[in-house]
Design a protein. Structure first.
Length: 599
């Protein structure tokens, strides 16, 4: 700190601050802040100490300020601030607030979660999406469960313990559109829920039986009884921004619907679900050499593609068989606890499209509103050819409803077709349950590239598949008053775009570094294996077995490939359901029998 010794001298009590230099003022402020933090820590450590008279407290503070600043190591050690005790959770009275039933649309990247659905009593290594959403709704006091004695609401930065966590949706009118498994993402998941409203609690005048006294009673449907000028969007809580402030960065509320139908249920009111499964081309690092999918004995026809590359056209041909109403018992995992008897599902769309590297992801930055300069793109750049290097494809699947693991089983068979291991007609064979009533035990595709893209809620009986819910998305002008100063808009500091950009950029840097490292490793050392195929690449493939891709980060290598129709088959659905019911009946009867002490 600069200044003369006279300037550094602490002025007497009741000083004339106008005559002080900047350095003296800074020293004074620093000392007063230190004293304030020290006294705060003392009170926090000794809650039984009663506060002193304000006048005495002020006098003692002034006297302490005039004392020289302690400088010995012993005194410095005493000044270490103790950790602040956690603030007690402030409970509120639910009867003081109006509530309303809304729909929430939210997205999540599923790699860090144990799936959407939370089962009380199960200890999962990763948190579930429902667990995180429940904690956020409870922390913001947006829901009022009827019983919170069993749930463990923990607002802590400490690592999550692996133990059973209990949550309770009773009284919240909670429903969810679909269940996603561990690792699966969703960009359009929907739940229905009753939440706290900013609308003032209204009263309705009710005449008593004696018709003399007038009573006032609360009503949850007050908005239908009294027109008080309330706008249920403009004047309402900004639910998206409130929840996004307390949710993890990879779970984002996208929109809320203020007026879902009266009998709205996120699951049963959903008319269509859209899934996307992303994969790369090539599927895995191609095997160098003049040929790829060569048979192990070196015989057979010359393969169309080198090992690692997928035949996209063959996959598209196979995908066409899925469209329509079919029995998908050979494309799902049976859940005997639900005793499902009908496996017919309606599929509206099943196709594969390439993702244009110029527009996805982040195609929005190429639009005039987001470009670095206002000039239009040149004709050359607009017609620039796509790169011939690795590309990304997406399989689109749209249907009314889906069975357990149905999408991952469908994608797995498509990958077998794309690798030349199965013909496109394998799909038709598996859909023909009259000829193939028992499911072959083939492996399903990986979970990570799967996304529940959207859920659609058309008007019942309209014959249309279009979503008719009135969604209020982040940054909606109807809630501009609620967004001001709260970071609830779409762009700017605290906006959902700014937050998701941060998530994307972090992962993009990982992709760039990993790709650069991969290129560097391939370019180093002896290049003969990549330029001429090596000394005996056929021998290498012949002895290591066939690589098979199932959508995960690595291919699997095994012995001779066994066609799907030659694999071991499960028992009939009816047999599996009956066995489970019999086992349940035995347990019930065993529990009902009297014990030895009762006899």
């Amino acid at each position: 700190m600069s200044g003369t010794a006279e300037e550094q001298q602490v002025p007497p009590s009741q000083p004339d601050y106008s005559t002080w230099t900047s350095s003296s003022l800074i020293a004074r402020i620093t000392e007063l802040e230190r004293q304030l933090h020290t006294r705060t820590a003392e009170y926090a450590a000794s809650p039984s100490i009663q506060p002193e008279d304000p006048a005495q407290d002020a006098a003692r503070s002034t006297t302490a300020a005039n004392k020289p600043k302690p400088s010995s190591p012993a005194n410095k050690k005493k000044e270490v601030r103790p950790p602040k005790p956690p603030k007690p959770r402030r409970e509120i009275d639910p009867s003081r607030y109006h509530t309303r039933h809304i729909a929430l649309k939210f997205a999540y990247l599923g790699q860090r979660y144990n799936g959407l659905e939370h089962a009380n009593g199960n200890a999962t290594p990763l948190p579930t999406i429902e667990e995180e959403m429940y904690k956020a709704l409870r922390k913001t006091r947006l829901i009022f469960p009827t019983d919170t004695s069993g749930d463990e609401f923990v607002d802590s930065i400490a690592p999550r313990e692996t133990k059973p966590y209990w949550i309770n949706w009773d009284g919240c009118e909670y429903s969810k559109a679909g269940r996603t498994d561990r690792g699966v993402s969703a960009f359009g998941q929907v739940i229905g829920i009753r939440v706290r409203s900013a609308r003032p609690k209204l009263k309705e005048v009710v005449q008593s039986e004696e018709n003399v006294d007038t009573a006032m009673r609360d009503t949850e449907e007050a908005d239908t009884l009294v027109d008080d000028g309330w706008d249920d969007v403009k004047d309402e809580l900004p639910y998206a921004s409130i929840l996004n402030k307390v949710l993890p960065e990879d779970i984002r509320v996208l929109a809320w619907c203020p007026r879902p139908p009266k009998d709205f249920d996120a699951r049963f009111s959903c008319g269509e679900r859209h899934y996307k499964y992303f994969f790369t081309q090539p599927a895995f690092s191609p095997t160098p050499g003049p040929s790829g999918l060569m048979s192990r004995d070196g015989k057979g026809t010359t393969p169309k593609y080198r090992e690692g590359w997928l035949d996209i056209e063959a996959m598209r041909e196979a995908a066409k068989y899925f469209v329509g109403t079919h029995d998908f018992r050979n494309f799902c995992k049976l859940d005997v606890t639900k005793q499902i008897e009908s496996f017919h599902r309606d599929i509206f769309r099943a196709d594969i499209e390439i993702l244009d590297a110029r527009t996805r992801p982040l195609g929005y930055v190429t639009t005039p509103e987001f470009r670095a300069v206002e000039e239009e793109q040149s004709a050359d750049s607009a017609t620039e050819a796509l790169p011939t290097a690795s590309q990304v494809y997406v399989f689109n699947l749209e249907g009314s409803a889906f069975l357990w693991h149905q999408v991952r089983h469908i994608v797995s068979v498509l990958f077998l077709v794309g690798q030349g291991l199965e013909p496109p007609s394998i799909v038709a064979d598996l859909l023909d349950v009259s000829k193939n009533p028992r499911k072959p035990t083939y492996e399903m595709a990986s979970d990570a590239p799967l996304v529940l893209w959207d859920c659609m809620y058309p008007t019942k009986g309209s014959g249309s598949r279009a979503d008719t819910l009135d969604w209020v998305y982040a940054g909606d002008v109807r809630q501009i008053k609620s967004h001001l100063g709260k970071g609830g808009g779409k762009f700017g500091l605290g906006g959902i775009v700014e937050e998701l950009w941060s998530v994307w950029r972090q992962r993009k840097m990982d992709e760039i570094l990993a790709g650069a490292l991969l290129d560097k490793v391939v370019s180093q050392g002896d290049q003969t294996v990549t330029t001429s195929g090596g000394t005996n690449p056929v021998w290498e493939r012949k002895n290591r077995g066939q690589k098979i891709f199932f959508g995960a980060n690595h291919s699997k290598t095994g012995g001779d490939y066994i066609p799907v129709m030659q694999k071991r088959k499960t028992e009939l659905v009816e047999v599996q359901n009956a066995r489970w019911l019999a086992a349940k009946q035995r347990k019930t009867e065993a529990g009902a029998k009297p014990t030895r002490m009762e006899i």
